[in-house]
Design a protein around this ligand. Structure first.
Ligand SMILES: *Cc1c(COP(=O)(O)O)cnc(C)c1O
Length: 379
């Protein structure tokens, strides 16, 4: 089956009492045993397993080409489960401009348990090689990066990882499996914030861990259940509904993002546009090789001599000033003071983020209306 068909059908059929065409929501904490030691279809307690959540998990595993998936209550919960695959003393190498919440989780939550992290420019495989120590156990890859859309060569990373026996984890939130399939490049674990494109409608927070190895599947399941990270049946149902239109939404996001990037590129009040679909993006060639599309996220630098970020944001009418991304609704934000504020000022500067950086999650409105709104706000 092809992607669009998988997203509509896989896992969905869970009701043989009434044959409902959509997956029912099973809002129950517990399931009665048939008799002593005999569970009905393996279900006993919703923290462990729930049919609505299972439907989403089967769907997400198939979309990424994995063997198993777990749907978690947030993207950070998916990351938490994944971090438990490591042990005290392990060292993990990651990028300098990763999602800010991931950076905070590494620095402030897991360092205290003896895990060590190096933040390097992962666009340069030599920097990754140089950061490897005897205790290095993992590579955490996020591509494209947030907010500057730098790319990491996933195949180059997994090559290094295989040489040094490192576990590779890819955060595939920005492109979704429709545009990028990290398992095809040898990654071990994929994580998602389903809050973003997979759900796609800004009405739920959720996450997912997807694996393609039996040994990892068993361990991730143990931690998702043991730490209590699974999502509610209601949230699973919403994400499953969102996923059914993922392919068509991603095409629409990309089409609009390309039009906005081209428009911004020629605007005199914009000094730089970051979008992997532009031919002048420094890794455009890698984007064409590794991704099936360029996605719906772009960032740009305002020329602050011509327009102040505060005034620009205030004049916009179609772009709510809001964090998050991947929704039908376009969203705009100021990484310096919003999404990336948990990073120290030095860390933000080192990652290339400044007071003039603007990030846009391009939605599914008509591009002419979006461009007209930007146009009146950029004067
Ligand atoms: C939003 C996001 C997360 C965290 O997900 P939550 O659902 O907010 O917990 C992780 N990685 C990336 C790339 C994200 O955009």
């Amino acid at each position: 089956m092809k992607f669009e068909t998988i997203s509509v059908h896989t896992g969905v059929d869970k009701d043989d009492s009434y044959n409902s065409v959509t997956t029912p929501i099973y809002p129950t904490c517990t399931f009665a045993f048939e008799e002593l030691e005999k569970k009905r279809r393996g279900y006993d307690y919703t923290r462990t397993m729930n049919p609505t959540r299972k439907a989403l998990e089967e769907n997400l595993a198939a979309l990424e080409g994995g063997i198993a998936a777990w749907a978690t209550c947030t993207g950070m919960a998916a990351e938490t489960a994944t971090m438990f695959l490591f042990q005290q003393g392990d060292h993990i190498i990651t990028g300098r401009d990763i999602y800010c919440g991931t950076y905070r989780m590494f620095e402030r939550c897991f360092q205290q348990f003896g895990l060590q992290f190096s933040f390097v420019d992962m666009g340069d495989p030599d920097q990754v090689k140089q950061a490897i120590r005897p205790e290095t156990k993992g590579l955490w890859i996020e591509t494209p990066s947030n907010p500057l859309l730098n790319l990491i060569d996933i195949a180059a990373m997994t090559e290094i990882a295989h040489e040094h026996n490192l576990l590779t984890i890819a955060d595939n939130t920005f492109l979704s499996p429709y545009f990028q399939r990290p398992f095809e490049f040898g990654v071990d674990v994929i994580i998602h914030s389903t809050t973003k494109y997979l759900n796609g409608h800004s009405d739920v927070v959720g996450g997912a861990v997807i694996v393609n190895r039996e040994d990892l599947a068993e361990r991730v399941f143990f931690y998702v259940n043991g730490l209590g990270l699974g999502c509610s049946p209601f949230d699973a149902w919403l994400v499953l509904r969102g996923v059914k239109t993922l392919a068509y939404r991603m095409e629409g996001h990309q089409k609009n993002a390309m039009l906005l990037a081209e428009y911004l590129k020629q605007h005199p009040a914009v000094t730089r546009v970051y979008y992997p679909g532009l031919k002048n993006h420094p890794q455009h060639e890698l984007a064409c090789r590794q991704m099936k599309g360029f996605g719906g996220m772009l960032s740009f630098e305002l020329d602050v001599r011509k327009v102040q970020p505060r005034d620009f944001f205030a004049r916009l009418e179609l772009f709510p000033l809001a964090e998050s991304l991947g929704s039908v609704t376009s969203l705009i934000e100021h990484p310096w003071s919003m999404s990336h504020v948990a990073m120290s000022e030095d860390a933000r500067r080192e990652a290339g983020i400044s007071e003039s950086t603007v990030r846009v999650s391009v939605g599914l409105e008509n591009a002419d209306d979006l461009i007209a709104d930007l146009d009146q706000a950029l004067v």
